[in-house]
Design a protein around this ligand. Structure first.
Ligand SMILES: C[S@@+](CC[C@H](N)C(=O)[O-])C[C@H]1O[C@@H](n2cnc3c(N)ncnc32)[C@H](O)[C@@H]1O
Length: 212
């Protein structure tokens, strides 16, 4: 086992465990879905729950539900009257994900919406105290521009995959729109005086953004 794997293993043995429900969802994601690596997993999931408990938002937006792993972790951290609005653009994901969300102990706190968050959030006139951005990497700047006006002062955006497997250090190939999207997002956030920001080198990079 490599040093980094041993550290990861050590971390997972010294933080809160996953619930049996989350473990089963993670397993099912790997058995039945393509690209299961997209699911948040144990460490990032526990961090998301902890961040929600710290920030204490009443309403959370999530862009990119996929199998629902991060949705359940976000909902877990909410007070019982809090609400998570989670959007998934891929309608083929619904048959897998909806039963997992509706069968969970947090079902009452979760609104699962199939469709493009960029289009639906403005149409629905929704506002939030916190957003978890984990959708299409090419559209991170658009998500940010859509979310920021809908957050109060002191509201938070958490953006996933902002180190993009280290590709942010490379010159992106002409057709690599995902790497370009992430780099453009990171540059925009770094230069934006309206927000405070920090990047955690956790997993694939997690940026925490606070609206001043
Ligand atoms: C990385 S996965 C999400 C993983 C999940 N948040 C987790 O951590 O377990 C990204 C998902 O975002 C969805 N997506 C992409 N663009 C979207 C959009 N504009 N609105 C809603 N969902 C979107 C994709 O279909 C994909 O299922």
């Amino acid at each position: 086992m490599q040093e980094t794997d041993r550290i990861d293993d050590y971390i997972l043995k010294h933080i809160d465990g996953e619930s049996e429900y989350l473990k089963a969802l993670y397993r099912d994601t790997h058995v039945r879905l393509l690209r299961p690596r997209m699911a948040s997993g144990h460490l990032q999931g526990r961090l998301l729950t902890m961040l929600v408990r710290m920030i204490r938002p009443r309403r959370i937006l999530e862009i990119g539900t996929y199998s629902g792993y991060s949705s359940l972790c976000l909902a877990e951290g909410l007070e019982s009257d809090g609400q998570l609005y989670t959007f998934e653009i891929n309608d083929e994901q619904e048959d897998f994900t909806r039963p997992w969300l509706e069968g969970s102990p947090y079902a009452a706190r979760i609104e699962f919406i199939i469709g493009d968050a960029l289009k639906l959030v403005p149409e629905m006139g929704l506002t939030f105290d916190m957003a978890f951005v984990d959708g299409d990497k090419r559209r991170y700047v658009d998500y940010y521009d859509m979310i920021l006006p809908r957050l109060p002062q002191g509201g938070y955006i958490i953006a996933d995959n902002t180190l993009w497997d280290g590709h942010v250090l490379e010159t992106p190939r002409p057709h690599d729109a995902q790497t370009r999207g992430i780099m453009e997002f990171n540059d925009k956030i770094a230069a934006d005086p309206r927000v405070e920001k920090v990047i955690l080198p956790l997993r694939d990079g997690l940026t925490l953004i606070r609206k001043k």
